[in-house]
Design a protein around this ligand. Structure first.
Ligand SMILES: Cc1cc2nc3c(=O)[nH]c(=O)nc-3n(C[C@H](O)[C@H](O)[C@H](O)COP(=O)(O)OP(=O)(O)OC[C@H]3O[C@@H](n4cnc5c(N)ncnc54)[C@H](O)[C@@H]3O)c2cc1C
Length: 408
């Protein structure tokens, strides 16, 4: 085999591309990973909040020294008028880690299995010909290398330019949520076991604001919004919001990060001849919370397994690769679709509507159900339960037009 010819080329060495590369390399495929940034995971674009069950399912628990907080039990969800309802599990449910270091951990794991990493190299141009993909990659200095492979897995994130060149359509850019996040010190009254989620159309239309505690005085405080300037909105919410301003009084911003989140659910087609898409570029991101590392990672691992099958059977055509879509859909499609319904519905509700909804949720039985069934990665189950909860029907009826709108 030539130096520049591989069984598989993975575009993007971040979390989800690395999961695919790891599985394929572990199964003896000759894998190349193309990553444009000098330091994987930077610029940081994540809060690093991952469930224990998701990490275990992916066999990807990071080492202790990159975990800030191992004991997240649940979330306090705050209504626009400051009512809090808590969803707390009896055991720790999630960790908060250093996301850039987590990406490095996953990339190194793929490297240790033999994957060759081209970094910093940007995939520039991809062309399909005679059942092969020909890819030009360029270093920062401007040197270009041409690589080839019968199979590409794109884990290139939301930009999706290679996916586009090869004929697949990434999630719509005009529907991304803009997000900003501050690392903050010397915060007040932080419950280090609970994430805080602030519903507020005033400051965070079409998403929410959050506190993700690292210790009892430090946290990642962020906000997602359909408006352009998330950082400005975040500055405003920590100055003006009744609860947040007290948490942040006298504290310091030590670091600012930002990113964009696809919240329109999975795209229609995630495979084509010689190509599979994994993670954000495939819309495998939770429309409710914007989490994309566990479900995207699972899809990445599935794509890695399919790559092994491709090599065994010497099949790279879309008719064979459709098995990828079938498999990841079986794992997460209905879950993602239900979360999309919730996201659309929540986005249609005014702050006034949400205050009324929270009053209804005070009903003990509902909170109990959420605590028993709720799960960061599998929120579809709780959506199903909500749909069957008769005491919420007067609210659905009151907002029926908005509910109907969210189906379309
Ligand atoms: C503020 C914020 C907070 C978040 N918090 C969480 C959270 O707590 N938990 C969670 O699960 N998710 C969270 N997410 C979502 C999560 O960050 C994404 O879902 C996840 O990063 C998607 O991973 P990916 O590997 O698909 O894509 P990305 O992480 O975007 O990685 C794509 C990689 O491809 C590289 N690349 C792109 N194009 C090219 C090219 N042409 N050539 C070479 N390399 C290329 C990029 O440099 C990058 O390394 C958050 C997102 C934001 C914005």
């Amino acid at each position: 085999m030539d130096d520049d010819n591989f069984d598989l080329i993975v575009i993007g060495g971040s979390a989800n591309g690395s999961q695919a590369a790891y599985i394929a390399a572990k199964n003896k495929l000759n894998v190349a990973i193309i990553e444009e940034h000098d330091f994987i995971g930077l610029p940081e674009h994540c809060s690093g909040l991952f469930s224990y069950s998701g990490l275990n399912q992916l066999n990807s628990m990071p080492p202790d020294d990159i975990i800030f907080n191992k004991n997240i039990y649940g979330a306090n969800i705050v209504s626009p008028n400051g009512k809090i309802f808590s969803v707390r599990k009896s055991d720790p449910h999630a960790i908060v880690c250093d996301r850039a270091a987590f990406d490095k951990f996953l990339l190194n794991r793929a490297k240790d299995e033999g994957a060759k990493v081209y970094q910093p190299y940007k995939a520039m141009k991809a062309k399909r010909s005679n059942n092969m993909i020909y890819l030009d990659i360029r270093s920062k200095k401007g040197d270009t290398i041409s690589l080839s492979s019968p199979l590409v897995i794109s884990g290139e994130g939301i930009r999706g330019s290679i996916a586009n060149q090869l004929g697949l359509t990434p999630p719509p850019k005009n529907k991304f949520v803009n997000a900003a996040q501050f690392y903050m010190d010397d915060l007040n009254e932080i419950n280090q076991e609970m994430v805080e989620v602030y519903q507020t159309q005033k400051y965070a239309p079409d998403f929410f604001a959050w506190i993700i505690p690292m210790t009892n005085t430090t946290a990642k405080i962020g906000l997602g919004t359909s408006r352009k300037s998330a950082a400005k909105e975040l500055e405003m919410v920590i100055k003006e919001h009744e609860i947040l301003k007290n948490r942040c009084k006298g504290s310091d911003i030590t670091r600012v990060t930002a990113g964009r989140i696809p919240i329109t659910g999975p795209i229609k087609k995630t495979y084509a001849d010689n190509l599979m898409l994994v993670g954000d570029v495939a819309g495998q991101t939770k429309p409710t919370t914007g989490g994309g590392v566990v479900l995207g990672g699972l899809a990445g691992q599935i794509a890695g397994q399919i790559a092994v099958q491709c090599k065994l059977k010497n099949r790279y055509d879309s008719n064979f690769l459709k098995i990828y879509q079938k498999k990841w859909k079986k794992e997460m499609y209905s879950n993602l679709k239900r979360m999309l319904l919730v996201r659309n519905y929540m986005n249609n509700l005014s702050d006034f509507d949400v205050n009324i909804l929270f009053n209804k949720l005070e009903n003990k039985g509902i909170i109990q159900d959420i605590e028993n069934l709720g799960h960061i990665d599998n929120q579809g189950v709780i959506v199903k339960k909500f749909m069957r909860t008769l005491s919420l029907y007067p609210f659905y009826f009151r907002t029926s037009f908005k509910l109907l709108k969210s189906f379309f």
